[in-house]
Design a protein around this ligand. Structure first.
Ligand SMILES: Nc1nc2c(ncn2[C@@H]2O[C@H](COP(=O)(O)OP(=O)(O)OP(=O)(O)O)[C@@H](O)[C@H]2O)c(=O)[nH]1
Ligand SMILES: [Mg+2]
Length: 470
């Protein structure tokens, strides 16, 4: 049974599934998992689900440690139009004798895990086990950036974008092409497509060059919308009283269609229904790439997290109608690149990176936490002596050539601001440290019965996100 409520003219399902036998409502928790490209979403979800199904490595998840989870199983997901998260395939790739990292996934997907849990405390003896459904929704962090477009007209958006990119080398080709065209002229579809393609190329180059204001987000990750009119527009110089048949009017119409048919459905059908959220961040990767990459990551995160802030756009506030995300976990991924003695420093960097957003989310009533985790642990720890000093290293199989190597990534500072400030002022390199990252291949491992894949703190993450409903 599904109960519907109407808010802002939109039917939103208040999800609670009635148990066929007892008529008891079974709670549904929708867990959003997001992060920018390559932040570790697919590996996180695969490992979380595998470790919920086989809980031998989940001591920090209280319900598992107390033995109250009687069963965990995958079920058909509630949303018929969203692709299913390809759990079995990803898990098969990541485990076994010659494991690999999963391929890149560039769209939304969903998976339902159901847990049969015995209550604890006072109710333990009185009530039988109940079922809690966990709907995990994987979506690209880049999609959140489009929120900023919703309250802009095509003219406003064009003026802002053109102002911002005027001095950027990456935009030179697009700007040249745009200036050679007149928005007042009649629409010439091949030319319009060339211009839109040049704009999309600019966005790709800008992102590669470290800019984080690369919207519309779907131009970067078009998925099955590639080539469609909603992705065939670009900012134009202003035109007075453009005729109906003009390029300006055509692009204006497509811009509005992008907002109404791409951005809005995502926020309405997916974002608005999320109860709890994990934001994954490859902070180590950015630190390794240098100050500019770290500053870009900070900017990109701040932009994506706008959607979780109370003062976000009026449009989203209306759409959510009082509903909010209850918990947000900010997680630095791939922590197995560091010896555990450095995990607290990584966590402080994560806290500092998300400070502003986290403060405001707390203000809005959401509980937030930052931690460092590894969804699939690819290394073991090792202390080696080097020039008479003991170095805390990690050892693993290198992705590049399959060799086993011990590796020291550099010492992260106790105070995260040492890095963040250097990043803010646009330093060329880190002052007194060089941070290395090696790409490790997943370690060969055959899962023992009752155990999921090896990880670091996935159980802590699960306890924060779900502990109160289990
Ligand atoms: N060592 C280590 N590497 C990891 C871990 N998780 C992710 N990685 C690395 O990060 C890469 C990206 O992980 P994914 O889970 O595919 O990231 P994603 O966010 O789903 O990426 P897209 O689908 O491309 O957006 C992997 O190919 C691994 O190289 C981890 O726990 N440990
Ligand atoms: Mg992915």
């Amino acid at each position: 049974m599904v109960i519907s409520t109407i808010t802002d003219g939109i039917a939103r399902q208040v999800e609670a599934v009635a148990d066929g036998v007892s008529g008891v409502f079974e709670p549904v928790v929708r867990l959003g998992v997001t992060g920018l490209a390559r932040s570790g979403k697919t590996v996180f979800i695969t490992s979380l689900v595998a470790n919920l199904l086989d809980r031998g490595r989940m001591p920090q998840l209280a319900a598992a440690a107390e033995g109250r989870i009687e069963a965990a199983f995958l079920q058909p997901q509630p949303d018929q139009l969203v692709p299913r998260f390809d759990y079995e395939r990803h898990l098969a790739m990541m485990t076994g004798a010659a494991p690999q990292w999963p391929e890149s996934t560039r769209a939304i997907s969903e998976l339902r895990v159901s847990l049969r849990v015995r209550p604890n405390g006072l109710l333990a003896g009185l009530q039988g086990a109940r079922t809690v459904h966990l709907d995990i929704v994987d979506y690209p962090g880049e999609w959140l950036l489009d929120l900023g477009l919703m309250e802009k007209s095509f003219a406003q958006w064009s003026a802002e974008v053109l102002g911002r990119i005027a001095a950027r080398d990456e935009a030179a080709e697009f700007l040249g092409l745009m200036r050679a065209m007149d928005g007042a002229d009649d629409l010439d579809e091949p030319k319009a497509q060339d211009l839109a393609a040049a704009f999309a190329e600019y966005l790709q180059a800008a992102r590669a060059g470290g800019y984080s204001d690369c919207t519309p987000g779907r131009f970067l990750l078009p998925g099955d919308l590639a080539g469609s009119p909603v992705l065939t527009f670009a900012p134009l110089a202003p035109v007075q009283n453009a005729a109906k048949s003009s390029l300006w009017r055509a692009f204006e119409k497509r811009f509005e269609a992008y907002k109404a048919q791409v951005v809005k459905p995502f926020f309405r059908d997916h974002f608005a229904r999320i109860d709890r959220q994990v934001v994954l961040v490859d902070a180590l990767g950015a630190i390794h790439a240098g100050p500019r990459a770290l500053e870009d990551l900070r900017g990109g995160l701040a932009d994506t997290l706008t959607a979780f802030r109370p003062g976000r756009t009026a449009w989203l506030t209306r759409l959510l109608g009082g509903r909010r995300v209850e918990k947000i976990l900010f997680a630095a991924t791939k922590a197995d690149h560091l010896h555990h003695s450095q995990h607290p420093q990584l966590t402080s960097i994560m806290q500092a990176l998300t400070r502003e957003a986290a403060d405001r989310a707390q203000f809005a009533g959401a509980e937030t936490e930052a931690l460092s985790l590894a969804s699939l642990r690819a290394t073991v720890e090792e202390t080696v002596s080097h020039d008479g000093a003991a170095l805390d290293c990690v050892r693993g199989r290198l992705l590049a050539d399959g060799r086993q190597a011990a590796f020291y990534p550099g010492q992260l500072p106790e105070d995260p601001n040492v890095l963040l400030n250097a990043a803010k002022v646009g330093a060329d390199g880190w002052l007194d440290q060089d941070y290395q990252i090696m790409r490790f291949a997943p370690a060969a491992n055959t899962l023992r019965p009752g155990e999921g894949p090896p990880h670091i703190r996935i159980d802590r993450a699960a306890q924060f996100l779900l502990g109160d409903v289990l």
